[in-house]
Design a protein around this ligand. Structure first.
Ligand code: GDP
Ligand code: IMO
Ligand code: MG
Length: 434
């Protein structure tokens, strides 16, 4: 089965965009299946830096379909800006396809996100304030707008007449600013979005399944990471979608037995944006050093990312949740220069050693990392593109990850550029296996 998925194995920002772009070279389509423009995937191609939020990273590779699946929530106005970034660089949107079942993020969702966060006070999640949570709330509550509605103006008018006052009442309740939109204005906005994107809207589940039947190579691009999954992550400090492998099926309309390989994108250390427990977090100078060295500032919000050592309790948990078949270890170059590198192999909670990630947020707050210390390396300068030329200690580090997680390393990333990628597995697609 020519399908391959990329899943973030930590708290997001693992370098999924770069790995997706790398693997997209031999793909026929790249599919986003969850999340929205809370995602920020930075891809550097030569002189150009692209920051993608809703558009699948495959859109940067000529001739590949870029599919936004039904599980995604779309801010059409923001996507218009994002698309401009590409058309300004001489690319076209001809390869874009948008599921008619994908939900639309409205302005009132953004306002509600802000108002809910303020009301939560001490227990605020630290969201991106893009309206992601409220948009998914409406989807589950069965009162959302879908991309397919763009094509049916009478439906928009009917729904807007009911939903706009409802949302303003909610905003009043939370003490938030009302949504100034009127039903007519809203219909106008949908009309504009229809002009921009209407021609790309279709039944993407049919499209993806047909492509798989024809033996085409399909790449699924995850957003966020396993630890932000609404069920399995550090709840309530999570996002509002299913970021694990299972989300691919519901979010793109394919069956579980149609996914062949699952690449877990694992940064060589750990970062997290926003609130919530983070067992291996480094504070003070140590944290600031890693943040600076890794350039750890959010693509979407510009917020500084909290930084810490690699957590293999998290990696093992992610591997279990998504059936990860290979790791893509990213940002290994950032660890260059350390005398010693620590890796968390278990947690100590109330005197007990735990190897599995607990559900309790209180327990996680009390968890102390159990570290193993590995030798660092100083010189990646002799690297010539091969695994062989990596420093011995870096190879030991990778071997340690493989042995502790039971998952082989398939890709090693040692810089943001396409060329700074060591492809160990090389057999991602059927044609490469021959
Ligand atoms: P994503 O959300 O998982 O796609 O990750 P982000 O794009 O938000 O953050 C990853 C950042 O690291 C981006 O700025 C990438 O250009 C950069 N990056 C990706 N891989 C590597 C790598 O191997 N080494 C270095 N130094 N930077 C990388
Ligand atoms: P990519 O795809 C890192 C975090 C937010 C916040 C929590 C909930 O670039 O890896 P939300 O706005 O989703 O309701 O916020 O989730 N978050 C991310 N952190 N990378 C992301 O995406 C994220 N998307 C959401 O910071 O803590
Ligand atoms: Mg990101």
């Amino acid at each position: 089965m020519p399908t391959l998925a990329i899943i973030g194995a930590q708290w997001g920002d693992e370098g999924k965009g770069k790995i997706t772009d790398y693997l997209a070279e031999n793909a026929d389509a790249v599919v986003r299946f969850q999340g929205g423009n809370n995602a920020g995937h930075t891809i550097i191609i030569g002189e150009n830096t692209f920051k993608l939020h809703t558009l699948p990273s495959g859109i940067l590779r000529k001739g590949k379909l870029a599919i936004i699946g039904n599980g995604v929530v779309i801010n059409m106005a923001d996507m218009t800006e994002e698309a401009k970034q590409l058309t300004d660089a001489g690319m076209t949107l001809d390869c874009l396809r948008i599921s008619d079942r994908a939900h639309v993020i409205m302005n009132y969702h953004k306002k509600l996100d802000g108002a809910e966060e303020s009301r939560r006070g001490k227990v605020a999640v630290g969201t991106t304030k893009k309206g992601i949570g409220p948009a998914y709330q409406d989807k589950i509550a069965r009162c959302g707008f879908r991309a397919g509605d763009l094509l049916e103006s009478d439906l928009i008018k009917e729904k807007a007449g009911v939903l706009l006052p409802m949302k303003n009442e909610l905003l009043d309740m939370y003490g938030g600013e009302r949504c100034g939109c009127t039903v007519d204005k809203m219909c106008g906005m949908f009309e504009t979005w229809n002009e921009s994107f209407g021609r790309y809207i279709c039944d993407t589940s049919v499209l993806i399944n047909d492509m798989i039947d024809e033996g085409k190579n399909i790449l699924f691009e995850g957003a966020q990471g396993s630890m932000l999954d609404v069920d399995h992550g550090t709840y309530p400090y999570v996002t509002s979608s299913s970021t694990v492998g299972g989300g691919i099926c519901s979010g793109s309309g394919i069956a579980p037995n149609r996914i062949k390989e699952v690449v877990g994108c694992l940064k060589a250390y750990t970062t997290r944006v926003g609130e919530g427990p983070f067992v291996t977090e480094l504070f003070g100078e140590e944290g600031a050093y890693l943040q600076d060295k890794g350039g750890e500032f959010g693509t979407t919000t510009g917020r500084g990312r909290r930084c810490g050592w690699l957590d293999l309790v998290v990696a093992r948990y992610s591997a279990r949740l998504s059936g990860i078949t290979h790791w893509a270890i990213t940002k290994l170059d950032v660890l260059n220069g350390y005398e010693e590198i620590k890796v968390c192999v278990a947690y100590e909670i109330d005197g007990e050693i735990l190897k599995h990630f607990p559900a309790s947020i209180r327990k996680l707050e009390r968890a102390k990392p159990v570290y193993e210390t590995l030798k660092g390396w100083k010189d990646m300068a002799d690297y010539d593109g091969s695994y062989r030329s990596l420093p011995l200690e870096a190879k030991e580090y990778l071997r340690f990850i493989e042995e502790s997680t039971g998952v082989p390393v398939g890709i090693i990333s040692i810089g943001p550029e396409r060329s700074q990628t060591v492809d160990v597995y090389k057999k991602w697609w059927p044609a490469q296996e021959q």
